[in-house]
Write a protein that binds this ligand. Structure first.
Ligand code: ACM
Length: 537
């Protein structure tokens, strides 16, 4: 199979060398790995037929549905028997599974176009999906001529992602954006070939997921947000969670839930104060109580419901910033008794003990544990734990994680926290000693950007941007913080370093602004900053 695919690459690209130099006609973000511009135009119209092999019916339908949605063109799904009545054809072809699994990237695809045909070929459904996404983007960005006809400049493409994990995290505890906004975000993640949606569903301001065994988590824990503690309860019902997971799955996006513990737990503690481990003066009721067996039972039951809802088999346990609010642990009787019993001398050991017990519960559910980079210090099993490197000012945490052999997702505050401002003139978001997450810094980021020395077996899964919502109250501000940085994130996660070029990216991005407008997105315009007002928090 490897030879078969290599044959196609060489045949397609031999005339121009493997790396195309001039992408004048390519408007795709992220930029594919190899492109050949073909001197022909493919007319997408009502008379275009989509022909798919058996096993690709869902993908064919997705393409048909999305073409109608974005271009107004109603193609037909056909069988290739009735060729005469159609003017152009899109052919979806699954090449047989490789015997050398792992040699070819499971998300790779080929696209070959001429005036009559657009053939999308891949080894996997995921690869087919990304070929389809490229075609949809080209259709949206090409010229509409006549009545429901789009003329697409033909390209031959071979494409595969740089990183397997291309993620986006949304914090809906601080402020709740709701199902329709999340679906729009998933649409754009798919359009930009991002494939992991990390959903920060619980934190101090609000608990946002229905748990049937503990209903007060939703209707009491869900009251309030970062701006106001009294707003009516807002949370996702389990039916809504399932709906969003289905929507994401259709777009090759895995949804990873985060249930933050033992810190950032105040919303849960408002609902069930019996599980609180107290807090500090600044962060009252910040923690769950690691000294009570009933807490482990409670949280394990919560996670069992979470496991039954989310097919990803990864549960993010947070584990961050416990020291913000564990002052009370020094005097809590059950925690002190635990420390004595287990011969523990400091609170970090208590934290690790708690995480180890909760990790055991997650492992018994056949899930993997994800956690912020505080767990680089733990001895959780490296084959079952993913570490999220977030403290850009502490590269030693990443060094520890890779040295110990943990798989790592890179999401350092700078440049991958999208609650940080993107332009020096902006006033409402975060900065770090004056530094912030500008478009060019997001674009340039890759694992080599962090000053660590990677061991040969380092397992860097990929990159992720995190949208924390303390300073993001409205959907307009969410748009403004995400667009267009989401496009730079996409190219940083997908495109080989040698193919990246910020000027070329900007040229393509300038064409994408029109798509944001079509979707009614309140984006930041990096080309005319004076034309966009920064929305207040
Ligand atoms: C974090 O920003 N507390 C992970």
């Amino acid at each position: 199979m490897k030879e078969h695919l290599l044959f196609i690459v060489v045949t397609l690209f031999s005339s121009i060398g493997l790396i195309a130099q001039d992408y004048a006609k390519c408007r795709l973000i992220p930029l594919p790995q190899k492109i050949e511009e073909v001197n022909a135009v493919f007319k997408l119209a009502d008379k275009t037929e989509i022909i798919s092999e058996s096993g690709l019916a869902e993908q064919a339908f997705y393409l048909q549905k999305e073409l109608l949605r974005y271009t107004g063109i109603s193609t037909a799904i056909g069988t290739s028997k009735d060729l005469k009545s159609y003017s152009t054809r899109i052919i979806l072809k699954l090449t047989p599974q490789s015997k050398n699994k792992g040699v070819v990237n499971e998300e790779s695809y080929f696209m070959k176009m001429n005036a009559d045909e657009c053939v999308i070929e891949a080894e996997t459904h995921k690869g087919i999906f990304y070929g389809i996404v490229s075609l949809i983007q080209l259709a949206r960005l090409s010229e509409k001529t006549g009545n429901r006809v789009v003329e697409i400049d033909c390209l031959n493409i071979f494409d595969e992602p740089l990183y397997a994990w291309r993620g986006l995290m949304l914090d809906e505890s601080r402020h709740f954006f709701g199902k329709e906004k999340v679906k729009q975000l998933l649409d754009w993640m798919a359009m930009y070939k991002l494939n992991r949606f990390h959903w920060h569903l619980t934190d101090t301001p609000g608990w946002r997921i229905e748990i049937k065994g503990y209903p007060k988590l939703g209707y009491i824990g869900g009251i309030g947000n970062h701006t106001c503690p009294y707003t009516k309860a807002e949370f996702y019902t389990q039916d809504e969670i399932k709906e969003i997971i289905r929507y994401a799955k259709e777009r090759n996006i895995e949804v990873i839930p985060e249930i933050d513990m033992p810190g950032h737990a105040a919303a849960a503690n408002r609902a069930y104060p019996e599980f609180s481990g107290g807090g500090s003066e600044r962060y009252p009721d910040f923690t769950f109580n690691p000294g009570k067996d009933s807490v482990y039972t409670f949280l394990t039951r919560v996670l069992k419901e979470v496991d039954a809802l989310f097919p990803s088999q990864i549960i993010h346990l947070g584990g961050d910033e416990v020291h913000f609010g564990n002052e009370n642990w020094k005097s809590d009787r059950s925690i002190q008794a635990l420390m004595k019993k287990e011969n523990m001398t400091d609170l970090k050991e208590v934290e690790n003990y708690f995480l180890k017990r909760m990790a055991d519960s997650v492992i018994v559910m056949n899930n993997k544990i994800a956690a912020w980079d505080e767990v680089a210090e733990s001895d959780l099993p490296t084959d079952k734990t993913l570490v999220f490197f977030w403290r850009h000012d502490k590269p030693s945490q990443l060094q520890k994680a890779v040295d110990k052999g943990f798989p790592v997702v890179l999401c350092p505050r700078i440049p991958l926290y999208f609650d940080f401002i993107q332009d020096a003139s902006h006033k409402q978001g975060r900065t770090w000693s004056g530094d912030y997450s500008s478009l060019d810094k997001v674009y340039a980021f890759n694992h080599k950007s962090v000053p660590v020395s990677y061991p040969a077996n380092a397992n860097i899964l990929g990159i992720q941007a995190n949208v924390w919502a303390e300073t993001i109250v409205t959907p307009q501000r969410l748009d403004f913080m995400l667009f267009p940085r989401i496009a730079a994130l996409a190219e940083a996660g997908w495109t080989e370093e040698g193919n990246k070029n910020f000027d070329g990216f900007n040229k393509r991005l300038s064409k994408h602004l029109k798509l944001y407008e079509e979707d009614n997105i309140y984006y930041y315009d990096p080309f005319s900053p004076q034309n966009t007002c920064e929305p207040v928090k």
